[in-house]
Design a protein around this ligand. Structure first.
Ligand code: ADP
Length: 261
């Protein structure tokens, strides 16, 4: 029946989003041991209402005619969906709070040019499948800076993945480290779908995704850029976007060569 179809699609979407959210969080080293345990429990907690809903809906399908029986299955399904929905709200709140807590940085001296080459090589792997070319031709051979290379790798990786995800065919990476400046300027330029100027600030907010009508063709949870900005700011730098709809976007990072120790 159509009710069953809608519920299955709904539950599928919710579960898919959760898996994606936790995958993202995990990838970005946001989960300590405690949180991993929490996720395990949560998976269990979520499965129960999902099972109940699908059993109730199956019963609903089978129960032709008997109105009282149908009403009861219907309200079970409804109740469990409400329960599921309130759990989802809680998890989203936790994820949002988590994003606002300062991350532990493990800082050391590292070569930014070498790090970008690594990120380009990684992104090129997924870029190749989508016919995307990533170009990085630094004018300097190396640029030693002080900061957290692991988080910075995630930052650059996130921006490259976005460029690939949002319709680019060519991504250009520019690094400018003027000798007399205390800052590095790193730009990731794409020729993808672009972002209307109305959203240039909002894209950095947790969970914000540029509205694209009812169906969003690109998977995501709107957390990548919030993470990126947080890490860059924790380094004492900042990020902004310059973008024209249907032409492309450039994310420009300003990073101190020597963050305050
Ligand atoms: P996600 O990609 O998971 O949705 P992000 O926080 O990385 O989350 O990005 C937030 C939103 O900003 C995206 O949903 C998308 O609408 C927009 N966006 C980010 N990067 C780009 C890009 N390179 N080109 C076009 N739009 C982008």
């Amino acid at each position: 029946s159509w009710q069953l179809m809608i519920s299955v699609v709904l539950v599928g979407t919710i579960m898919g989003s959760f898996v994606y959210l936790f995958h993202t969080l995990l990838k970005q080293n946001k989960l300590d041991t405690l949180r991993k345990a929490f996720v395990n429990n949560l998976t269990h907690e979520l499965r129960t209402p999902v099972t109940t809903v699908s059993v109730a809906l199956q019963a609903l399908e089978g129960s032709v005619g008997n109105m009282r029986e149908r009403d009861s299955y219907h309200s079970i399904a409804r109740e469990e969906l409400n329960h599921l929905s309130s759990m989802i709200d809680k998890v989203l709140q936790i994820a949002e709070d988590d994003l606002l807590i300062d991350r532990q940085l493990a800082c050391k001296e590292y070569d930014m040019v070498a790090l970008i080459h690594k990120c380009v090589a990684n992104a090129q792997l997924s870029g190749m499948q989508n016919g995307v070319n990533i170009v990085f031709k630094p004018s300097i051979e190396s640029e030693m800076i002080f900061g957290d290379p692991d988080h910075m790798k995630n930052v650059i990786g996130n921006l490259m993945e976005n460029a690939i995800k949002y319709g680019s065919t060519e991504v250009n990476v520019f690094l400018d480290g003027k000798k007399d400046s205390r800052y590095l300027s790193l730009s990731i330029q794409d020729n993808g779908i672009g972002i209307s100027s109305a959203y240039h600030l909002q894209v950095f907010e947790p969970f914000f995704r540029v509205p694209q009508g009812n169906l969003y063709p690109v998977k995501g949870f709107g957390l990548g850029l919030a993470y990126v900005r947080q890490i860059v700011r924790q380094h004492g730098g900042d990020i902004k976007v310059k973008s024209v709809l249907n032409e492309g976007s450039t994310f420009i990072l300003t990073i101190p060569k020597n963050m305050k120790r």
